[in-house]
Design a protein around this ligand. Structure first.
Ligand code: NAD
Ligand code: 4TP
Length: 317
């Protein structure tokens, strides 16, 4: 059976999202089928309007499922009146994926504050919104490139809230979802999982914090006893150098920046954000809305291209 194309969302039109679709189409045409959902007036590339995703395969130019945003794109300055359309496009892509009309969802960046201010968006990011749309309480954010895979256990929360949010249950669930999806979606028979500590030097034997002793190690011991290949808790500052990275398939980190700084430093242009634990495939470029370069023709589409390629590779159905 022919696989359905991937739905690529517009993202925040004041950001670089609409500039990424045309170059991605040029790079992937004939290799990775996808269509874009957004306002055609926001595009600066050739496109063909479709009324159903199944028509994407016949298109020469970027296939576009139109979504009216009501006004032109204003690069660098988000319009509160467009915020609801940004959200609705994501929900539309998810609906298509859940009905099998799209084989995966690839999202262009949103500006969380613009959506909160403009439409009362109640979620700190796509990850949490997609979980709600899918009715899933437990999903996992993973960023992946050929250099590294990382997973933050706590995601979009203030740094001061991390210690309280970090529970044995959350750590265990995150590791289980990560392992399962690396097996089922990435073809790793028994992924090697390295887990970071929370504190400097992984707590230095309790001298610099006790979460490693009281929370992280007991979870890891339990999962190791089940046969999982887990090491840690490791000092986060020394687990990302080149030799260390050869020892694991995924690094489980305790908070957002502990995970995302290494991968965005190593491979910003090719990093892909993947949501694990959803009933459908979702990927995204690793960068944000880049308001500073929006509308200037400077946006690099390589991360979006990698995100579309990975979504297609993950889709074995
Ligand atoms: N998937 C997403 O929706 C997503 C991901 C990350 C950040 N964001 C959001 O984006 C907004 C801005 O975040 P930020 O400023 O921290 O990060 P950013 O990635 O938007 O920008 C960081 C720097 O990298 C540059 N840059 C980013 N993408 C680029 C590209 N494709 N080509 C060339 N240069 C590029 C920007 O010009 C900027 O100088 C925030 O609201 C954040 O929450 C959204
Ligand atoms: N935390 C992500 C990053 O910094 O790249 C980003 O904000 C995207 O998150 P969502 O996919 O949940 O929107």
């Amino acid at each position: 059976m022919t696989r359905a194309p991937i739905a690529l969302t517009s993202g925040e039109p004041a950001g670089i999202g609409p500039e990424l679709a045309g170059p991605a189409w040029q790079a992937l045409r004939g290799e990775v089928p996808f269509f874009w959902i957004g306002d055609p007036s926001h595009l600066d590339c050739a496109y063909e309007v479709i009324t159903d995703p199944s028509q994407a395969a016949q298109c020469t130019d970027l296939p576009v499922l139109p979504h009216d945003f009501g006004s032109p794109r204003t690069p660098g300055s988000p319009q509160p009146a467009q915020a609801q359309a940004v959200i609705d496009v994501i929900a539309r892509a998810v609906d298509l994926a859940q009905r099998g009309a799209a084989s995966a969802v690839c999202t262009a960046p949103i500006h969380k504050k613009a959506l909160q201010d403009g439409a009362g968006f109640a979620y700190p990011g796509h990850t949490e919104y997609l979980a709600a749309l899918a009715g899933q309480s437990d999903v996992v954010m993973m960023l992946a490139s050929s250099a590294l895979r990382v997973v933050p256990v706590t995601i979009h929360i203030a740094f001061e809230d991390v210690p309280n949010a970090l529970t044995p249950e959350l750590l265990e669930t995150t590791i289980r979802i990560t392992r399962r999806d690396l097996q089922n979606r990435f073809g790793l028979t028994e992924p090697r999982i390295a887990v970071a500590g929370l504190n400097p030097h992984a707590g230095e034997g309790g001298k610099m914090g006790r979460q490693e002793i009281e929370l992280i190690s007991p979870v890891l011991d339990r999962l190791k006893n089940e046969g999982m290949q887990i090491t840690g808790p490791h000092s986060a500052d020394t687990m990302f150098h080149a030799a260390a990275r050869t020892l694991y398939d995924v690094a489980i980190c305790m908070y957002h920046d502990q995970a995302l700084i290494p991968i965005k430093t190593l491979d910003f242009d090719h990093g892909v954000n993947v949501t694990l634990g959803l009933p459908f495939i979702r990927t995204s470029p690793d960068h944000g809305t880049a308001f500073d370069i929006a509308g200037k023709g400077l946006a690099n589409s390589s991360s979006t291209i990698e995100a579309l390629k990975l979504a297609w590779a993950m889709n074995k159905d």
